[in-house]
Design a protein around this ligand. Sequence first.
Ligand SMILES: [Zn+2]
Length: 158
Amino acid sequence: MNNINAINNIIKEHGWEYLTDEQKIIKAKDIWYRKIRKVSDDFENDRDGFVEWYLSHKKRVCHCCGVSEDDVRRYFYNNKDNKKITRNGKRGYMLEIDKENNFISEKPYNKGNMFLLCYVCNNAKSNFINNYDDFKPISDGIKVFWDKELKKQNTYGR
Ligand SMILES: [Zn+2]
């Protein structure tokens, strides 16, 4: 099953690690096609370069708070019936691509300025903070939030 909906369902239900190498490449190409090519100077004409960048993240953890993608995925999956939390089930299951400095260019998703963040960090940082040092007091708080929430989930079963 290599269509993108099937791949997205595997990610949602089981996690990135359950994808085959081929499926990972298809998903990365899809991210490039849907978003990155439109917002990147470096990658607008370099799909393969983006795929290589994306797949180079072997340890999939939030660059700011350090939570693992799989913990976040499980959290949102367990809350999947609450549509408000996941924006109709679309967000939260994967780390998201953030641009650290929003104003380096009209199309700021560039090498050295792109990082994988959890949904909560990405949402909180928004467009008004332009470096992760300034964001650190907030991401430290988000780390506390995740520790507490994940502990709760472990207590009540997965
Ligand atoms: Zn985070």
